[in-house]
Unconditional design. Structure first.
Length: 427
């Protein structure tokens, strides 16, 4: 899906079913390294990032297969290799999650410094410092992080920042450590709770996930289980915003409303009507919304992964909004592309000043990262005329399962052109 052509101006109507969470599935797949036997995961989204993580597991000597319907089977019965491949880890940042489980299982892990979306530095020093505090020896060599420990030792650890990745790395590593580990100032995201639930079902002793302090009592081994991944709150939020920006009427099914509460509050402040039930949210919009100010924060604050999509909505809302980004220093790459479509957005330091306009116009735009791509899709859905979205690095396929099909089912006009036929048409 390197290109999308979207004809805007159609209101989205109908029902969309949210897929499993990418950001929960990836660390759970990494954590499967810790489990002995045959593990089955369900509600796993069919995404490029998931396929990449499965390839990482296979290079480590684990059999991992994806089946239709979102099922993954993992056979972990052999010795684990301790080196993760450069070409995969540098492609996707979440591949770095395997460092904790490999270290805990084998006593040695050699992992390349990670890649991923270029939305900020996102250093892994917090991960490494945490592993050092559990007794690991760390050295850097030729672009690899090499960590070793005969046996990790439980300890009280304080994270300098409530990093999601560092929290998950520490959580996985400490499950097989000796004694009790107490991690303070941890991230509280739902995906961390899901990871802890997965590990506990497999025999771990973890308490406090979802709060600011997590306690882990180390165990000798974990056993294989069957587990269902939670729904993707970012995909749910993206479709909520898609309904709002197009003035549509959409029922978002298989969503956990508390996971998107910060977005719900902002949309209500902007004048959007919603019906909220246990696992569904219905959004109905009949006109332009009112400006609101947004500040991204760690969960339960407004998620940075919905900031670009929210900017697209506010670009066509009434009056002036301000978005302040506090998580990533380079997460405004969608702004020049939105402005190409007629938006009036100015970058001032870590904030966006968004003067709402009545309409956007279709234009050729390029995707710089995953959530920026989602913002451009939303803008294209409401813009007059045709928008060509170039996604040469397949960012959208990394994070949204069946995105085109879901938009079409809601009445959106989206086409994935054949590159060969498009070339002949131009000729």
């Amino acid at each position: 899906m390197k290109k999308l052509v979207i004809k805007g101006g159609r209101k989205l109507n109908g029902t969309v079913v949210i897929s499993g969470s990418k950001n929960a599935a990836l660390p759970i797949l990494a954590a499967s390294i810790l489990l002995n036997g045959e593990t089955t995961l369900t509600n796993v989204p069919n995404l490029l990032d998931v396929i990449t993580m499965l390839r990482v597991l296979r290079t480590l000597g684990i059999r991992a297969e994806y089946y239709d319907g979102g099922k993954v089977k993992i056979w972990n019965q052999n010795s684990i290799k301790h080196v993760a491949p450069y070409e995969l880890v540098t492609k996707m940042r979440a591949s770095f999650f395997v460092i904790g489980p490999i270290l805990a299982r084998t006593g040695l892990a050699k992992i390349p410094l990670p890649g991923g979306c270029a939305i900020g530095s996102r250093p892994v020093n917090i991960h490494i410092k945490g592993l050092e505090q559990l007794g690991a020896t760390v050295r850097m060599e030729h672009g690899f992080v090499i960590v070793s420990a005969n046996k990790l030792q439980g300890k009280r650890v304080y994270l300098d920042f409530p990093s999601v990745g560092a929290t998950e790395t520490m959580l996985m590593a400490a499950t097989l450590a000796s004694g009790k580990t107490i991690i303070e100032n941890v991230a509280r995201e739902p995906e961390i709770v899901d990871l802890a639930n997965f590990l506990n079902q497999a025999g771990a002793k973890i308490s406090g996930a979802g709060s600011e302090v997590i306690e882990i009592e180390g165990v000798d081994a974990l056993h294989a289980i069957e587990y269902e991944v939670i729904p993707d709150r970012v995909e749910a939020g993206t479709f909520m915003l898609a309904a709002a920006i197009t003035g549509g009427d959409v029922e978002v099914n298989k969503v956990i409303p508390t996971h998107v509460e910060a977005l719900i509050r902002k949309l209500q402040d902007a004048g959007l009507k919603m019906q909220i039930e246990e696992n569904r949210i219905r959004i109905s919009s009949s006109g332009r919304l009112t400006a609101v100010d947004v500040r991204t924060l760690p969960y339960p604050g407004f998620p940075t992964d919905l900031q670009p999509q929210m900017a697209a909505l506010l670009a066509v809302s009434r009056n002036t909004s301000v978005i302040t980004e506090t998580i990533f220093e380079n997460r405004f790459m969608h702004v020049p592309e939105l402005n190409r479509m007629g938006a009036d957005i100015k970058i001032e330091g870590s904030s966006l000043i968004i003067n709402g306009v009545e309409k956007l116009s279709g234009a050729p735009v390029r995707v710089s990262d995953l959530r920026a791509g989602a913002a451009l899709v939303l803008a294209a859905l409401v813009a007059e005329g045709e928008t060509l979205i170039e996604d040469q690095d397949h960012h959208l396929s990394r994070g949204y399962e069946n995105l085109v099909e879901k938009i079409k089912a809601l009445g959106g006009d989206v086409v994935v052109p054949n590159p060969i036929s498009a070339l002949f048409n131009k000729a």
